[in-house]
Design a binder for this molecule. Sequence first.
Ligand SMILES: [Zn+2]
Length: 332
Amino acid sequence: MEIAWHKIIGHTRAIARLRTLLREGRLPHALLFSGPEGVGKLRVARALAASLLCLGEGELPCGRCASCRALRAEDGAHPDFLELHPEGKAVQTIRIDAIRQMQTTAARRPTLSRRRVVIIDDAQCMNEAAENGLLKTLEEPSGAVTFILVTSAKTALLDTIISRCMTVGFGMLPEAQLAAALEARGISAQDAARLASLSDGSFSRALALEADDGLMLRDDALAFLRERACFTPARVFERGAAMGEWPRERLSEWFLCFHTLLRDLLVLYGNGASPLLYHKDLRQALAALLSEYSEQRVFALVALTEEAQHRLLSNVNTRLLVEGFFLRCMEQ
Ligand SMILES: [Zn+2]
């Protein structure tokens, strides 16, 4: 796994604070990394873990010692490092068994490094039993273990857990930083800027959008806004047949794009809560649509979109859902 600090995008203040505490030996035994999804909290947790486990000197992690090598290996297997993730398909949970197993390992003396580090990713997925189990360990800290809980939903955790950890807050990544990081991955400057503006400051969301042709979906949603007035039932069924074949996630992404385009139309009407456009690069294209889209019509379409998004969560036939959605949009 990746352990180098310099490979992390953004979060300079949080990282500086952690590294200072580390250098001064004041890092508490339990930390809670809290912030939006996909901004790199786990990456920071891993770099910190590697620094705590490193056997080298100077700037940690050194990247060369036996501990660093073990962590950097493909499987990331290190005898004193443990990373827990939620399990399960429908509902993702971290169960008490996983916590107990972790506790057994964590209670042993470290074998390679001077301490053990346990990362609990998506800590909000712990069920109550698991949380109470973990609480016992946090209440009776052993000197040789550091816990790093990572969460995008801090309020879902027990207050007693939160109060035993030092919280480190993570914000969204600034758009420019995100765009630069995307460009560094070989994405064109234009696409990088568009992806960055669409991904709510989340690097993983930007990558997912790129992988899922998120820009293509957005263009497609915009095309529908433009064509809606001259849509025919034949066109509806053609679209329904095509989009009915899409995986639900992709369909959900399309509705999300459509929703944000509508939201931007409302912003242009001066109705949005935020004066900022979600699709800044489409300002002109959206402004050109205002003559066709009255506020009332946009509100009606927003309601239809939200209903479709909601129904998509159930076991609905997606082709029928899409067809019904387009037909009702035409009526507006
Ligand atoms: Zn090292």
